[in-house]
Design a protein. Sequence first.
Length: 407
Amino acid sequence: MTSVSVSVSVSVSVSVSVSVSVSVSVSVAGSSIRVSTGACRVEISRGKGMQRVLVVGAGPAGLTVALELARQGLKPDIIEKNPVGSTFSRAVGLLPSSMQIFEASGVAETIRREAIVFEAAVFHVDAKQTARVSLLAESGQKSMLLGLAQDRTEAILKTALQNAGVTVGHGVELVSLDLKKSHAIATLCSGEGGREVREYDLVVGADGVRSNVRRSLGMAFEGFDLPELWSIADIDVEGWDTSVFSVFRMSGGRVAVVAPLEKNRVRVIANTEDAVKSLPVPITVTRTRRTATFRISVRQVPQYNHGPVYLVGDAAHCHSPVGGRGMNLGISDAADLARRIIEGDLEGYGVTRHAAGRDTIKFSERARRAMTTRSPVVRFVLSTMLKLLERHDRLREPLLRRLLELR
Ligand SMILES: Cc1cc2nc3c(=O)[nH]c(=O)nc-3n(C[C@H](O)[C@H](O)[C@H](O)COP(=O)(O)OP(=O)(O)OC[C@H]3O[C@@H](n4cnc5c(N)ncnc54)[C@H](O)[C@@H]3O)c2cc1C
């Protein structure tokens, strides 16, 4: 065994240490360092000058950026202000586009073993079932809508990240950011009041809807807040069909949605103060994991970056959970940003992701308004449309492709 150490100067100086058994040749392509040997090839990609990357927030978006960077050789620091991972599920549905992103890291395989396949959406008016629309696209397994509790998705991402050599710094909070010409200075605070100041070439703000990264840089978050109070419940149940997604539309524009999380666990969301109580059918609750109320904001940043600081996920956009898009949009932001960091091409990030966010916000606002409308005419049209979708695959398939974002 020969130990070889190579030092190369490109736009930055990078040092790589490799153990090989035969001859070694080193080539520099753009900003990545390639070490080829007769026996193996190791590629360490650092992006153009991007050696020190900080990811703030270990929700689905932050974990995805960190994992996508780490698996391609750039190990970022990732911090999370909560001392432990969440055990509460907000998002449930994983779109095929998210699963495609997770293929390369192996996360998709683990998720597929654990997740529920949503076979159908069952619509009710009060307690009466009015339509059962299949969610199984003709294109098969890779086009399915999968359901998994957000805390499980996060836990799986975190394990993969750990396997790629990066550990989430739990209990560490970003308290301020100071921008210099070519880098950012982050002040971090950990539980016991310890403060640390660190320099980074690039900072990813993945710190959710109340993003401190966004606020500390004074970045605008344009949009509006809806007055309605919504509620959520994460509960264990008995005797509930957990292969389908159930939607209940009631008088006065009230709506409740039951999404399965596991075999005997569901998440209920309603535009009332008590999600479970608002259900017009009986449900046997064996354990209440958590309940909460929340209000919906519909907002987006006009600029996705400020100097070397880039926003992903809810830090950059938020909207109603109707349509199940938020987490998936954040995962797509994250994968796109990670790819651009590795390729050293951050130029188009803001424009591309702003357009994707704007489309998603439009889609989910339309869906929210349709679901919560009080207009008898719109309610009638919606019920008729759902019945047609139930019966006619020719109508259902294109709509499903749009819903599942299949190309
Ligand atoms: C009730 C509800 C239901 C939803 N249902 C769905 C659904 O069905 N489908 C869907 O796709 N989406 C859904 N969403 C949206 C989805 O949950 C979010 O879009 C998703 O969690 C966003 O991920 P994120 O990583 O951007 O942010 P978050 O998940 O909010 O993660 C941000 C992380 O940053 C940490 N953090 C914050 N500030 C700091 C700091 N200063 N320093 C360090 N760490 C910090 C936070 O503790 C947090 O862990 C729902 C949302 C809600 C509220």
